[in-house]
Write a new protein. Structure first.
Lengths: 115, 116
C-alpha cells in the first residue's frame, strides 16, 4: 500500500543533541512538507520541498534543517539551536505542485520529547 | 501574508444534529485552495473536503459540505447528522502560491465534541 512512513514514532533527546526524523513516501509525490504541532494547537510549517534538491523555509524554520536528495525521502534534523523542540512532528506529501489543488497525505507523526 | 483563522476553540453538538465549524482566511493570491482536515485523538490527519477559489459551487463529500463565501473570505465546514465518531479536532487549511512555490497553512483548529 502507498503511503508515508515516519520514524521513529517516539523519540527522547537530551538537551544539546541533534536528532533526525525520517520521512519516506512511496506515493510518487513531488512535494513534501514538515509541520510541527504543539498540544492543542494547529500545525505550523517548518520546511517544504517542491522538487528534489530544492526546499524552502516555512514559518518556523529556525533550529531545523532538511535535505531532499531523493524524491521519496525528506528527513528533518532538529538541531540543538531549536529552543523548544518538544512537539509532535508531522510529515506530509502532495501531488499537483504546479496547481493549488492536491490534498496533503500525512504520516502518523513523530513525538519528540526533550529531557 | 496568508492567514487562516478558526475562532471556535471547542464546539458541542448533539448526535444526529448538524454543526458548522467556522473558518476565515486572508490571502492576496488570485488562485488558492481551501481544505478541511480531521484529527482524531490518535493523531493522524484525515483529509475531508476541498474547495477551489474559482469553483462556482460549494463542495460536498458525503456528510461534509463547505460553505464557501469568497467575498467574505470564509470557508465554513458543515457536518450533517453528527456521529459520535466525529468527535475530533478539525483544521481548516489553505494552499496558495508563496514565493518559491505552493505551501499549505493551517488554522489553530476547533475541537468538536459530539454528545450522545
Amino acid at each position: 500500500d502507498g503511503g508515508i512512513t515516519q520514524s521513529p514514532k517516539y523519540l527522547f533527546r537530551k538537551e544539546g543533541q541533534n536528532v533526525t526524523l525520517s520521512c519516506e513516501q512511496n506515493l510518487n509525490h513531488d512535494a513534501m512538507y514538515w509541520y510541527r504541532q504543539d498540544p492543542g494547537q494547529g500545525l505550523r510549517l517548518i520546511y517544504y520541498s517542491q522538487i528534489v534538491n530544492d526546499f524552502q523555509k516555512g514559518d518556523i524554520a529556525e533550529g531545523y534543517s532538511v535535505s531532499r536528495e531523493k524524491k521519496e525521502s525528506f528527513p528533518l534534523t532538529v538541531t540543538s539551536a531549536q529552543k523548544n523542540p518538544t512537539a509532535f512532528y508531522l510529515c506530509a506529501s502532495s501531488t499537483g505542485y504546479l496547481a493549488n489543488t492536491g490534498e496533503l497525505f500525512f504520516g502518523e507523526g513523530s513525538r519528540l520529547t526533550v529531557l | 501574508a496568508q492567514k487562516i483563522t478558526q475562532t471556535q476553540p471547542g464546539m458541542f453538538v448533539q448526535e444526529k444534529e448538524a454543526v458548522t465549524l467556522d473558518c476565515t482566511y486572508d490571502t492576496s493570491d488570485p488562485s488558492y485552495g481551501l481544505f478541511w482536515y480531521k484529527q482524531p485523538s490518535s493523531g493522524e490527519m484525515i483529509f475531508l473536503i476541498y474547495q477551489g477559489s474559482y469553483d462556482q459551487q460549494n463542495a460536498t463529500e458525503g456528510r461534509y459540505s463547505l460553505n464557501f463565501q469568497k467575498a467574505r473570505k470564509s470557508a465554513n465546514l458543515v457536518i450533517s447528522a453528527s456521529q459520535l465518531g466525529d468527535s475530533a479536532m478539525y483544521f481548516c487549511a489553505m494552499r496558495g502560491i508563496n514565493g518559491g512555490g505552493f505551501k499549505t497553512i493551517f488554522g489553530a483548529g476547533t475541537r468538536l465534541f459530539v454528545k450522545a
